[in-house]
Design a protein around this ligand. Structure first.
Ligand code: NAP
Length: 348
């Protein structure tokens, strides 16, 4: 079966996902597009194979009979409206992170899915599809290192664009570290604190960089996330779990080590697209296969909700300086068992 996909938002990642759907993966066709910038949507549509309808609104696209499933890649505050509309239309929806920008909006999505009686939403937490993190998860699950006690994570960006503000370090950048920590440790965040080291002199005046974010969890394990967004040397993602009897850490992402002239070294990725390119491909192929088979898969609305409430607490801690407890509603049964066909990603 070929899945007819409608894409809402054809900015940077929307266009990258369209390239993936049309040139890299199998089983999909992009049949419809929309963007607040209609000229951009039309110009992206013109470069695609077959008939591509360009709609004036996301609602029109979702209601298009020629759209089997929806990708939401527009600006975060618009996600709730489109995800709710897709659930109401009974169509599966891949929503880029964040699921929604407020706790209340995420709860409305969870409530709508529960009322629909089935999972229709997958959230774009692509790190769960990264080979390195999957291997870490396998080690934790095997019991070889004993119960996890700590997860050290580092998210280092060479630089950030001018529109980037300090809150984005938490809810745009480190939300990925938080989600992968929940995935690896299989626990929920219960409190957040944020420490501010001496400022990087290369950071713009309006940025608080770097940050050290501490999350407490229900299992008692601690998560620390170093966020450095002007580190210059490359895009470097690090992670290590310390267990009761051993440790497991991400290896360097370079494929080869070059030894020459008395030194050894390897390539550091330029940005997230390069570092996680295979993970994005795997997450989308799994979503397409699930849509074609009428199954749900991947990180759920519950995962999106959990990430948003934990980030909210960290933002409050960043701006107020104190330790902020995290409160979560009870998890609906819909999210208590792994998504059907979710493979190693479906740890709701
Ligand atoms: P972007 O380049 O600004 O693209 C967003 C696009 O959506 C723009 O074309 C924007 O138009 C359009 N848009 C805004 N409001 C809309 C609406 N109401 N209806 C339809 N289109 C609308 O941003 P991006 O970097 O691609 O990010 C998009 C989403 O993906 C964000 O939620 C972001 O957090 C997420 N993301 C995820 C990852 C990941 O690693 N998983 C990486 C990057 C981005 P204008 O430009 O005219 O506003």
């Amino acid at each position: 079966m070929t899945v007819n996909v409608g894409v809402i938002g054809v900015g940077m990642i929307g266009q990258d996902h369209i390239r993936r759907l049309t040139q890299v993966l199998s089983g999909a066709r992009v049949s419809a597009l929309t963007d607040v910038d209609m000229d951009r949507a039309k110009s992206v549509g013109q470069g695609l194979p077959g008939e591509v309808r360009v709609h004036e609104t996301g609602q029109d696209l979702i209601n298009d009979d020629g759209v089997d499933a929806v990708v939401v890649a527009s600006w975060g505050p618009t996600h709730e409206e489109y995800v709710l509309a897709a659930i109401a239309a009974g169509k599966q929806v891949f929503c880029e992170k964040p699921l929604a920008t407020t706790r209340e909006a995420c709860e409305r999505i969870v409530d709508a899915e529960v009322a629909a009686g089935r999972r229709l939403v997958m959230v774009g937490f692509m790190r769960r599809y990264d080979d390195g993190y999957r291997a870490m998860k396998d080690v934790v699950t095997s019991g070889d290192i004993g119960a996890p006690l700590m997860f050290h994570s580092a998210h280092r960006n060479p630089s950030v664009p001018p529109h980037y503000v300090s809150d984005m370090i938490i809810n745009d950048t480190c939300v990925h570290d938080l989600d992968i920590a929940r995935f690896l440790l299989d626990t929920e965040v219960t409190a957040a604190q944020v420490l501010k080291p001496r400022k990087n002199s290369r950071a713009s005046d309006h940025l608080t960089d770097p940050l050290l974010i501490l999350f407490e969890t229900a299992s008692g394990a601690l998560i620390d996330v170093e966020a450095s967004i002007n580190i210059q040397y490359g895009y470097d993602i690090r992670g290590e779990i310390v267990g009761e009897a051993g440790t497991v850490e991400l290896a360097e992402s370079t494929r080869v080590v070059v030894k020459s002239d008395g030194r050894y070294g390897g390539r550091i990725p330029e940005d997230w697209r390069e570092r996680f390119i295979r993970a994005y491909d795997l997450e989308f192929q799994e979503w397409l296969d699930a849509v074609a088979a009428g199954r749900s898969t991947g990180p759920s609305s519950w995962d999106g909700y959990a990430a948003t409430v934990a980030c909210d607490a960290a933002l409050e801690a960043l701006n107020g300086g104190q330790r902020v407890p995290v409160s979560m509603r009870d998890k609906p049964d819909l999210y208590s068992s792994p998504a059907t066909g979710a493979g190693p990603t479906g740890t709701d």
